[in-house]
Write a protein that binds this ligand. Structure first.
Ligand code: SF4
Ligand code: SF4
Length: 247
C-alpha cells in the first residue's frame, strides 16, 4: 500500500487564519471569504464527508502543526464525546448564526452592508475556532475543538445527505485494511489518530473503517508498520450511517 505524501499543503493552510481573523478586523470584507469556505465544506461533505477537517481546514493545520508541540495532550474529557453536547452546540450555533445573519440583512442595500456582513464572519472566525479552538488545543489536546466544531458537524450532516441521495457513491473515501489477518494489533494506528478513534479494532466485514468522526487525515496509514491501511474509494453509496455514533 502506498503511503500518503509527507509534503502536504495542509501544513501551511494555517496562514489563512491571521489573514481572515486578524486582517478582517481592519478590512472586514475579508470575512466574506467564509461564504466560500462554508460552500466548500458543504460541497466536500456531500461527496466525501469530513475530508475537509483532515486535509483542508486552516484551523486543523494550526492545531496539528503549530499547537501540537505546545499542547498538554491530556485525555479528552467525556463531554467532548457526548452526542448531546455536540448536536446541542451545533443547534445553538446555527440558531445564533442565522439570527445574526437576519439582523445584518436588515441593512441590505446600505453602504456598510458588505462590511457589516464580513465583520460578522470575522468575529465568528476569530472567537470560535481561533481563540476557543486554540485554547482547547493547548489546554487539552490538539483536536479537541474538532469534536464539537459546527463546521465539522455540518460536514457530517452533508455526508449523511450525500449518502441518502447517493451522491457520494463513487467519490467517498474511507480507511481500509487490505487483510485483517496481516494486522499485528500493535495499536499504532489508534495511537496516531488525532480524533481518538480506534481503527484497528473497528474494521467491518468489508475491511472498511466506517466511522462518522473519521476525518480522512491519513495519520493511521502513515503509522502502520506493515503498510496495510489505505484511504480508498468504497463505492458503498446508499449505506446507512449513524451520524451520531462515537467509538
Ligand atoms: S481513523 Fe485514520 S484517517 Fe480517520 S481520523 Fe483517525 S487517523 Fe485520521
Ligand atoms: S498500525 Fe497497522 S498493524 Fe498496527 S494495529 Fe494498526 S492496522 Fe494493525
Amino acid at each position: 500500500m502506498e503511503k500518503l505524501n509527507d509534503f502536504n499543503i495542509k501544513k501551511y493552510l494555517w496562514w489563512a487564519i491571521p489573514l481572515i481573523a486578524f486582517g478582517g478586523l481592519f478590512y472586514p470584507k475579508l470575512g466574506l471569504s467564509m461564504l466560500l469556505i462554508m460552500g466548500i465544506i458543504i460541497g466536500v461533505g456531500l461527496f466525501n464527508g469530513k475530508y475537509w477537517c483532515g486535509n483542508l481546514c486552516p484551523h486543523a493545520s494550526l492545531f496539528d502543526n503549530i499547537l501540537k508541540p505546545r499542547s498538554f495532550s491530556r485525555e479528552l474529557p467525556k463531554i467532548f464525546k457526548s452526542k448531546v453536547f455536540k448536536w446541542g452546540f451545533f443547534t445553538f450555533y446555527m440558531i445564533m448564526f442565522i439570527v445574526r445573519i437576519i439582523r445584518v440583512s436588515s441593512g441590505w442595500g446600505s453602504d456598510g452592508f458588505w462590511d457589516n456582513l464580513g465583520f460578522l464572519f470575522v468575529i465568528q472566525y476569530l472567537v470560535m475556532p481561533t481563540i476557543l479552538g486554540s485554547s482547547l488545543a493547548i489546554l487539552i489536546s490538539p483536536r479537541t475543538w474538532c469534536h464539537v466544531c459546527p463546521m465539522g458537524t455540518m460536514g457530517q450532516v452533508m455526508d449523511k445527505v450525500g449518502s441518502t441521495l447517493k451522491l457520494n457513491k463513487r467519490t467517498e473515501t474511507k480507511i481500509q485494511i487490505s487483510d485483517k489477518d496481516d494486522c499485528l494489533e500493535c495499536g499504532l494506528c489508534t495511537k496516531a489518530c488525532p480524533m481518538g478513534l480506534e481503527p484497528h479494532k473497528n474494521f467491518n466485514e468489508g475491511n472498511i473503517f466506517d466511522h462518522p468522526d473519521c476525518i480522512k487525515c491519513g495519520a493511521c496509514i502513515n503509522s502502520c508498520p506493515v503498510n496495510i491501511l489505505s484511504l480508498d474509494k468504497t463505492d458503498i453509496g446508499g449505506r446507512e450511517t449513524d451520524i451520531g455514533t462515537t467509538v
